[in-house]
Structures are given as structure tokens and as C-alpha cells.
Design a protein around this ligand. Structure first.
Ligand code: NAP
Length: 308
């Protein structure tokens, strides 16, 4: 626990799953909030959060949880955010910051703006950190360490509120970047959303194959398929909402991806080894740059244990 004064007096987290519970744990560990409240509509998850001692108070309804809160963070699937924002509107005091952790930002900004009362500061956000797991027991305090948190404020944002939210995420261990919601959605479409779609697709294709048995797919998965299955194990509700809410940017990036895939198909068909070699050399360099930037581990095979 840090000894500096907390940035936020009362923090209300709506949705105590992987990200919400990690925010609670990181806020407590780093002394970022004096009081932490969790609300969750899933009674089993709320009971689990209580059992794990993630917060100072637990609520089955979002409205009662936000009473007196200085910062409210919506950590529910993107499709559930407008409903939660409508539910809490009457309970928000002037000066409160309402933020979120959703993986899509334009739709959140557009749908929440009319629901947030005057005097309340809406500043959407997205911690670019996570795992394929869900629920309160999946959270951990170091999830945001060294990871980017992108804030996408509206044009007329209150500078003091933006400063406070940036300081909060910095205290949780994040590096903070600020950009427009539209730009966020375009960047994340290629770095996160399309890769997830590809993983869902390739695992689905392998599952449908008739000439290769499922047991063979599992048995020989270490050849690359296994890494796709980790991503394709991600939460179905969350990812359904991501694609429904970032449709334009995903379709734009998918179009480019398909063109490049066709070029690779042609290179294979015509035996153009130079084209393949050049691309594979270039992509290897991108992996090195991600590791150099501290955004991944350079352990072989992601540090998985192997028999000697
Ligand atoms: P999660 O583990 O499934 O947790 C979400 C929790 O919120 C669940 O307990 C869920 O209950 C509850 N909930 C759903 N609707 C609610 C409502 N209307 N009111 C109150 N609680 C509600 O999900 P997560 O992975 O933490 O994701 C939360 C958000 O973070 C999403 O918007 C996602 O896009 C974003 N995000 C996720 C990751 C990641 O890697 N997972 C990374 C960055 C950002 P039910 O289980 O009953 O629905």
C-alpha cells in the first residue's frame, strides 16, 4: 500500500469481473482510492467478490453503489453500458467522473453522453490489458503494470477531471495515452479486434474439418494452433459486443487483411519465395520491437515449460 494520499475518495466499480476486480485490487494495493465499492448484477460473482474481499462494500444494484462516489468505472460488457448509465444517472453527484474500461470507445462515448447528467464528467477509457479469463477470481493487482490505458475524452472535457483520471490510472501502474474515440477504435481494430476474429475463425475452421480428426487437432496443437485457442477462449459476450460496436473499423481493417492474405495466397501459388521471405523477416522485426517496448516477454514459446 502506497503512503501518498489517495487520488479518489470513493470509487464505485460496476461489474466485478476480470477487469473490475483487477481495478479494485490495483487501486487498493497502490492506495489510489480510499473506499472501494463493487456492484454486480450477477449474484454469484458478487458473492465471490465479497468472499475474496475485493472491496469495502458490495451492491446488487448499480444505483445504490454510486451514492457519494467521486469516480464511477463501468466494467461491464460494452453492450450493457448504456443500460447501466441510465440506471445510475439519478444517483450521481455533481463533479463525479464517470469512466469505463470497454474495449470499444466511440459507441460508448456516443451512447453515454446523453445519459450522463450535467455537472458529471464523462471520460471513457480502455486499459489495454487483459487475459482470456472472466469473473472476479480472474483479477489480479498487477494486471495494469506497464500497460497502456487509453483515455478518449469528449472535446469539451473538464481538464481537472481528466488530470485526476490520468493520475488514477498512473497510480494503478499504467502508462496513460489520450486520443479521440474514433482513433482508438481504428488502432484497436487491427491490434486486438481483428486478431481475435482471426483466432475465433481458425479455431472454428479446425473444429469443422472432416479429414483431420479433433483429437489430432488437439494432439498436434503446439505447431501454432494452440496460441490461437488461447485467444479464442475469450469471453463470448464481451467479444460479441466488441464486433457489434466497432463494426466500421473492424470491416475496414478486415478488408485490408483480406487483400494482403490474397497476395500471400498468390505468392504461395506462384512459388514466390522472395515475397514470403521478405514479409516473414519484416514481421519478425515487429515482434522484436514489441518485446523491446516491454509489451511482451522474450521467453521462448511465451515461457511455457517444456520437457528437456
Ligand atoms: P467479466 O469478467 O465477464 O466481468 C463483467 C461482470 O459484469 C460480470 O460479473 C457480469 O455478470 C457483470 N455485469 C454484466 N452486466 C452487468 C450490469 N448491467 N450491471 C452490473 N454488472 C453487470 O468481463 P471483463 O473481462 O472484466 O470485461 C469487462 C469490460 O472490460 C468489457 O467492456 C471489456 O470490453 C473490457 N475489457 C476486457 C478486457 C479483457 O481482456 N477481458 C481487457 C480490456 C477491457 P455476468 O457474468 O452475469 O454477465
Amino acid at each position: 500500500m502506497s503512503d501518498a494520499a489517495p487520488i479518489i475518495r470513493k470509487l464505485a466499480i460496476i461489474g466485478g469481473g476480470l477487469i473490475g476486480s483487477s481495478v479494485a485490487l490495483a487501486a487498493r494495493d497502490n492506495g489510489a482510492a480510499a473506499e472501494i465499492i463493487i456492484a454486480d448484477s450477477n449474484a454469484a460473482n458478487l458473492a465471490k467478490a465479497r468472499e475474496l474481499g475485493l472491496a469495502d462494500g458490495y451492491h446488487g444494484t448499480a444505483l445504490s453503489a454510486v451514492e457519494g462516489a467521486d469516480l464511477v468505472i463501468l466494467a461491464v460488457p460494452v453492450g450493457a453500458m448504456p443500460g447501466v448509465a441510465a440506471d445510475i444517472a439519478s444517483g450521481l453527484k455533481a463533479g463525479t467522473i464517470v469512466s469505463d474500461v470497454g474495449s470499444v470507445k466511440s459507441s460508448v462515448l456516443k451512447s453515454l453522453s446523453p445519459l450522463v447528467p450535467a455537472g458529471v464528467h464523462l471520460i471513457p477509457g480502455h486499459p489495454v490489458a487483459g487475459t482470456e479469463q472472466s469473473g472476479p477470481e480472474a483479477g489480479f493487482a498487477s494486471l495494469f503494470d506497464g500497460r497502456w490505458c487509453i483515455l478518449t475524452p469528449p472535446e469539451n472535457v473538464d481538464a481537472v477531471a481528466l488530470e485526476a483520471l490520468s493520475a488514477f490510472w498512473t497510480k494503478l501502474g499504467s502508462k496513460v495515452d489520450i486520443m479521440t474515440a474514433d482513433h482508438h477504435d481504428l488502432v484497436l481494430a487491427i491490434t486486438s479486434h481483428v486478431p481475435h476474429l482471426i483466432a475465433y475463425n481458425i479455431v472454428g475452421t479446425a473444429n469443422d474439418l472432416e479429414t483431420v480428426t479433433r483429437s489430432e487437432v488437439i494432439k498436434y496443437s503446439a505447431g501454432g494452433f494452440r496460441d490461437f485457442t488461447r485467444i479464442a477462449a475469450s469471453d463470448p459476450t464481451m467479444w460479441r459486443d466488441v464486433f457489434l460496436n466497432n463494426k466500421d473499423a473492424v470491416l475496414e481493417m478486415l478488408g485490408r487483411f483480406s487483400e494482403d492474405l490474397t497476395a500471400l495466397q498468390r505468392a504461395i501459388r506462384w512459388g514466390d519465395g522472395d515475397a514470403l521471405f521478405d514479409l516473414f523477416t519484416h514481421t519478425r522485426d515487429i515482434r522484436k520491437r514489441i518485446i523491446d517496448a516491454g509489451q511482451d516477454d522474450d521467453a521462448p514459446d511465451f515461457g511455457r515449460p517444456h520437457d528437456s
